[in-house]
Design a protein. Structure first.
Length: 452
């Protein structure tokens, strides 16, 4: 979705208020000036109620208040900037808020939490936040925002094609056709500026793999399908296995497909590798006679989000220390028969929307509770059911590789006893491993370095 579709220059203002209620009132006023059907008082009550129940503060002086309402368009975004700062009870050490991104979403917008997560992810860039706060005027703020939101709110940039890149693209196209590949998978993080591979393989089904958010336009035509997989290695095609798994769960590729993968060292701006992957052979051990990698009740975007948080924990840890944790996703009613709480459930009593793994405000919460012994239990729609859960399922039919401990054994056992997927972060190696029906699939390599 383009920037001009959800925010106009007229809805970017310098705030006069010094408290959150007044600031939200100003932003609602400029929003209602063009959309008179918006009921400002009701919206303000909803926004303030959310602030009381759960903070919308993202850190670094940025807040993302949001509310769902019945309205004639999917999203309305209003932005307020205060150089002096807004006082709020939800910040730490009396830190002031300098940027407020107020998102109004239609109650039927299905990608509401994904939109929040995308905006929140982009606003974690300290350089972008600083540039927005220091913009000379709201007009300049809009221009800097458009440039900074190049992922979600603008089209991907086509990388500069030098002679070797043109050669690699031409030969990859020939290899893909000669091998009967059903798709070409382009690893976009090879290029610092991003790429637009749809222009390079116009007659082939193209899948772009990147850790950046990419706009698919209003109808998704004339652009590649996109898989977001964050990478923690500069090695060639480091995202391949995770990307293939996600592509399978989304139905982008099938088990009978061959896929031509094109990539290079991350950030090198140079394609140097073409690989043909036989999908069924790559995932043969995981299938074990089945073709359903994803449980029926698990949404693909939920599994992708859990994998993203797991890989972030694998690299970042908590407070500089490695952390191991276990996520159990899907088939929750049956999973609950095999668990017991080790601690009081920290997610009990909250609204389902507020404890959904797709919400950007859940990231730090989940990471904070990752140090608790036990597993996270997550429903297929993303709602976190519990944390600190002891798995009481025994699996005597599967033998794990030596060196794997009780956390991996529990993950394997619960994936056999129920129709779930379990994901483990190893505290010793930093490896992220997925289990389905007791079979393990490493998603990342051991001893990963920090993200490049």
């Amino acid at each position: 979705m383009r920037l001009e579709k959800i925010v106009a220059r007229s809805r970017i203002i310098d705030l006069r208020s010094t408290d959150m209620k007044g600031a939200l009132g100003e932003l609602l006023a400029v929003s209602a000036s063009k959309f008179p059907d918006l009921k400002e008082e009701a919206l303000l009550r909803g926004l303030l109620q959310r602030e009381k129940s759960m903070t919308t503060y993202l850190g670094s002086g940025v807040s993302l208040p949001h509310v769902r309402v019945k309205m004639g368009r999917r999203y309305i975004l209003a932005i307020g900037r205060s150089r002096a700062g807004i006082c709020s009870e939800n910040t730490v050490d009396e830190e002031k808020i300098h940027l407020i991104f107020m998102l109004l979403a239609d109650e039927k917008a299905r990608d509401y939490l994904q939109m929040l997560a995308s905006i929140a992810g982009l606003l974690k860039d300290p350089d972008l936040v600083k540039a927005l706060i220091e913009a000379p005027s709201p007009e300049d703020l809009f221009d800097r925002l458009a440039a900074g939101f190049g992922g979600i709110l603008s089209k991907p940039v086509q990388a500069q094609q030098n002679r070797i890149n043109r050669l690699m693209i031409r030969e990859a196209d020939r290899v893909a056709k000669g091998a009967g590949c059903g798709a070409i998978m382009v690893f976009g993080d090879t290029f610092v500026g991003g790429i637009e591979p749809g222009a390079w393989f116009p007659k082939s089904k193209t899948i772009l793999v990147t850790r950046n958010v990419v706009d698919l336009g209003e109808d998704g035509r004339d652009v590649p399908q996109v898989i977001q997989v964050r990478s923690y290695s500069s090695r060639r095609l480091a995202q391949l296995r995770s990307a293939m798994f996600v592509a399978l769960t989304r139905g982008m590729i099938s088990f009978s497909d061959r896929v031509c993968c094109v990539g290079g060292i991350m950030g090198s701006n140079q394609f140097d590798t073409v690989v043909i992957v036989d999908v069924e052979r790559e995932f043969q051990t995981l299938l074990t006679g089945h073709t359903d990698l994803l449980p029926d009740d698990v949404k693909p975007e939920v599994l992708e989000r859990v994998i993203a948080i797991a890989t972030e924990l694998a690299v970042e840890g908590r407070e500089g220390k490695p952390v191991g944790c276990l996520f159990v996703v899907g088939d929750t009613p049956k999973v609950e028969k095999f668990i017991k709480p080790l601690v009081l459930n920290p997610f009990y009593g909250y609204k389902e929307e507020d404890r959904n793994i797709l919400s950007p405000f859940m990231d730090e919460t989940v990471k904070e509770f990752s140090s608790i012994d036990g597993a996270f239990v997550i429903c297929g729609d993303g709602v976190v059911s519990a944390a600190g859960s002891l798995i009481q399922a025994a699996d005597t039919d599967h033998t794990l590789p030596s060196g794997l401990g009780s956390r991996h054994a529990a993950a394997a056992a619960i994936s056999v006893a129920t129709e779930c997927i379990s994901i483990v972060v190893s505290s010793s190696t930093g490896q992220v491993t997925l289990f389905r029906r007791g079979v393990m699939l490493p998603l990342t390599e051991k001893k990963m370095g920090a993200a490049g």
